[in-house]
Design a protein around this ligand. Structure first.
Ligand code: IPE
Ligand code: IPE
Ligand code: MG
Length: 249
């Protein structure tokens, strides 16, 4: 092994820069099980999960990934016990506040996808502040899916388009894929090239349903709090072996 392939601060030598995904999306799953296996409360898994996310973000920047989108809270996650939901909302708010300075220093532009209006107002305020302060950063685009549901996203896009039709701003026959994408939360970004899901579950759980049409999907049994740089390298290695045909031959 060369020195470069063992030093995971740099792009490992077995990864080819030209074959890296532009946009990586991650379903960060398995926090609860990680904690349970250690006899800890589930919330400890969430706490450890945010530390691993910080390192993944730094890693993406170090290795030259341009867009990282992570699934932090789904529209279905409101159905969890109230204490867990409250803990998560407070955790998101605290981490955002604590990490803003670091994100500015690291040239991270943060964005959020999801129905943000239903989030606690203190969290909404922190979200607004972090987006405003990092909007000119160009090092990496970091999107956090918070109160995100793929079906809800599609419905709100339909409503927005229907309103425009109602006002005569657009004709029904003019609605095409580009119009539709323009009304999704992810309008600014290309579709994810690679979607990673940790913890052994093999489903999308309502994540980026429209955008995942041609994404490569990588499943691993590793639980999210254990998903370190060497695990990410494995996912990228698997990705660069894939043959993306997009329906052609
Ligand atoms: C993912 O971990 C984090 C969130 C959904 C917020 P889980 O909390 O789903 O962990 P498991 O799947 O129960 O182990
Ligand atoms: C998906 O994980 C949502 C997030 C990672 C935020 P879940 O743990 O909520 O998904 P299911 O319930 O296993 O499908
Ligand atoms: Mg889960």
């Amino acid at each position: 092994m060369t020195a470069q392939s063992t030093n995971l601060e740099y792009l490992p030598s077995d990864l080819e820069r030209e074959l890296l995904p532009h946009h990586v999306a991650v379903i960060m799953d398995g926090n609860g099980r990680w904690a349970k296996r250690r006899g800890l409360p589930r919330i400890m898994g969430h706490k450890r999960g945010t530390d691993i996310l910080k390192d993944l973000l730094r890693c993406c920047k170090d290795w030259g990934i341009k867009v990282l989108t992570v699934y932090a809270f789904s529209t279905e996650n409101w159905g969890r016990p109230q204490e867990e939901v409250d803990f998560l909302m407070t955790l998101f708010q605290r981490v955002l506040r604590q990490e803003l300075r670091e994100m500015l220093k690291e040239n991270v532009r943060i964005g959020f996808v999801g129905n943000l209006k239903a989030l606690p107002s203190a969290l909404q305020a922190e979200i607004g502040r972090s987006m405003k302060e990092t909007k000119d950063n160009r090092g990496i685009d970091f999107n956090v899916a918070t109160n995100y549901g793929g079906r809800q996203e599609i419905i709100q896009a339909c409503q927005a388009i229907a309103e425009k039709v109602d006002k005569g701003l657009i004709q029904p026959h003019e609605i095409d894929e580009a119009t539709f994408e323009h009304h999704l939360y992810t309008a600014r970004h290309c579709d994810p090239d690679l979607i990673i899901r940790t913890s052994g579950e093999m489903r999308l759980s309502n994540f980026l349903l429209w955008q995942a049409a041609y994404s490569e999907i990588y499943f691993t049994d590793t639980l999210w709090p254990d998903f370190d740089r060497s695990e990410f390298r494995k996912a990228l290695l698997a990705y660069q072996q894939r043959d993306r045909r997009f329906g052609k031959v």
